[in-house]
Design a protein around this ligand. Structure first.
Ligand code: FAD
Length: 494
């Protein structure tokens, strides 16, 4: 244990991670801490990260963020899920929605009822039993007060950082502009003592949060914690981002469109669209990737395409000595399921839950690291699933993904679903049963059987059950306004 009391927190980096940490700590623990954030005007933020998942709403509720103000400030739109196009095979698509599909019974999930219905020829497409899926397909949305839709947001990352900065500063966080030149370590215990800026100014602190992006200036370059590289499971290592003007009204979901050696995203904001392509440099050069993206974007580009290189994986320790890494400095899983901002939020909440006011205790550090690793490992498996379970074999990239070894934990889940139709959420993992099922079915993995408990229902009862759910979904969606109309009334900047 290190008995040094924690009073002064220094956040290195002012991207989404830095400002999320500053706003949260200042708002929720600010009365007990001095918080300083250092960012350099000369080092740009990564400038992407515009699709979120529903957990962000929990953080915003904790921070008492007004949803209308937030959406108007970040040009936000609503997101009901992700449309995966050409993933299972060329010209085939499915939606991974945030909702719950159908109704479960105590022993068997809805997929078992649906599967028997499919064998009998009375089931419709799996998603049609899910309100969020149906609303996304119909381009409709509303925040309903009762039994509402599960949703997240599409945001302008730069505007979000500004919004959080305002909130952090209102609650007492100090911003220090400057480039960090050196990280000063204590000669005895190796803890970080201070950061030396290029101006010569020295910023000391008790706890340091590394939000310096991929470079991991504190956690890696100074503390050398090491990195678990997952490139052998997730071969994409580059991205190109470009913004375009909107051509029509924003849709309430992200689009993920698979191509020959990667995939393209389309994230609709109120007044523009965020686009990008994630690709593998083993299979495509930067020029090939730029060419693919340029051919497949719609609308006039608002900036030149930017290439971003990354290595998928995570730091061996997210918290080491008196340094906690958050955001890209702690690792990166490609943005296929928009999980990075979620992991920032989880790191912030975990740190607050274990905040070491009276000194850093090793069991806290180990618990924090174990929880972050557990969550990241499960997200990693979920992402690999999209690449590995596919009928695509039209390019070398897809043949590689189909045939590659995958983690044993994922092999188990795939085999369990394939042979029995069962999925079990590991407690505290991010993605629930319904997410795993939607993606496994969507990628073409059909269970060989259903749970025999379904046979407790006669075929006629099963039909009524399925029709009843379908009608309820239709009624819910029928009452919704269009997504664009809802935004115009709710939080207009359009
Ligand atoms: P950065 O944005 O890189 O910020 C680093 C900060 O550190 C900057 O302020 C910089 O000035 C500062 N800094 C660095 N070095 C120094 C220094 N020496 N001195 C002073 N300051 C310094 N996440 C999602 O949740 N959803 C998505 O849809 C999504 N899409 C993505 C697409 C791509 C292609 C990529 C690469 C990432 C995506 N992410 C997404 C991840 C998301 O962008 C990041 O998690 C998020 O932006 C946080 O970044 P960051 O703050 O850690 O780093």
């Amino acid at each position: 244990m290190n008995n040094r009391k924690i009073k002064k927190v220094v956040i290195a980096g002012g991207g989404t991670a830095g400002w999320m940490a500053a706003a949260s700590l200042a708002k929720l623990l600010g009365k007990t801490l001095d918080i300083t954030l250092i960012e350099s005007d000369d080092i740009p933020t990564v400038g992407v990260g515009e699709a979120t998942i529903p957990t962000l709403i929990t953080l915003h509720q904790l921070l008492k963020i007004n949803e209308k103000e937030f959406l108007a400030a970040v040009q936000g739109t609503f997101k009901l899920g992700i449309s995966f196009e050409n993933w299972r095979d060329v010209n085939q698509d499915y939606i991974h929605s945030f909702g719950w599909t159908g109704k479960d019974c105590w022993a068997a999930g809805f997929q078992h009822f649906w599967k028997k219905g499919l064998d009998l020829g009375i089931s419709e497409e799996f998603g049609k039993y899910c309100p969020e899926w149906a609303a996304a397909k119909a381009n409709k949305f509303a925040v309903l007060s009762r039994e509402g839709l599960n949703y997240a947001y599409h945001i302008d990352a730069g505007l979000y950082a500004k919004f959080l900065r305002k909130m952090a500063e209102e609650h007492g966080a100090q911003r220090q502009e400057g480039k960090i030149k050196r990280v000063n370590l204590n000669a005895d215990d190796g803890y970080i003592e201070s950061l030396l800026l290029e101006s010569g100014q020295v910023i000391d602190g008790d706890l340091f949060i590394d939000c310096t992006g991929f470079r991991g200036l504190l956690i890696e370059q100074a503390l050398h914690v090491g990195y678990d590289d997952w490139s052998h499971w997730l071969p994409c290592d580059g991205a190109i981002a470009v913004q375009t003007e909107s051509l029509g009204e924003p849709i309430p979901y992200t689009r993920s469109i698979a191509h020959g050696a990667g995939w393209q995203w389309r994230i609709p904001l109120q007044e523009r669209v965020g686009n990008g392509l994630v690709f593998s440099s083993k299979f495509w050069s930067d020029d090939q990737a730029i060419d693919c993206l340029t051919k497949n974007i719609e609308g006039k580009p608002l900036n030149d395409p930017r290439v971003i290189k990354f290595k998928t994986g995570q730091r061996r320790k997210h918290w080491h000595k008196n340094c906690v890494a958050m955001g890209l400095s702690s690792g990166f899983i490609e943005p296929l399921e928009s999980t990075s901002i979620h992991l920032i939020q989880r790191a912030i909440v975990r740190l607050m839950q274990m905040f070491p006011y009276d000194g850093i205790r090793q069991p806290d550090v180990e618990e924090f690291n174990a929880q972050m690793k557990f969550e990241s490992d499960n997200i990693r498996d979920f992402i690999i699933l999209h690449y590995h379970v596919t009928d695509r074999s039209d390019t070398e990239f897809w043949r590689h993904c189909r045939n590659m070894e995958v983690p044993e934990s994922l092999t188990h889940r795939i085999e369990l679903f394939k042979q029995t139709g069962r999925v079990f959420k590991v407690p505290t993992e991010l993605f629930g049963e319904n997410s795993w099922i939607q993606v496994m079915l969507g990628q073409g993995l059909m269970p060989e059987q259903y749970h025999p408990i379904v046979n407790m229902m006669s075929d006629a009862e099963l039909k009524d059950f399925l029709v009843g759910i379908r009608s309820q979904v239709d009624r819910t969606v029928a009452q919704l306004p269009s997504h664009a109309d809802f935004i115009r009334h709710f939080a207009p900047t359009m």
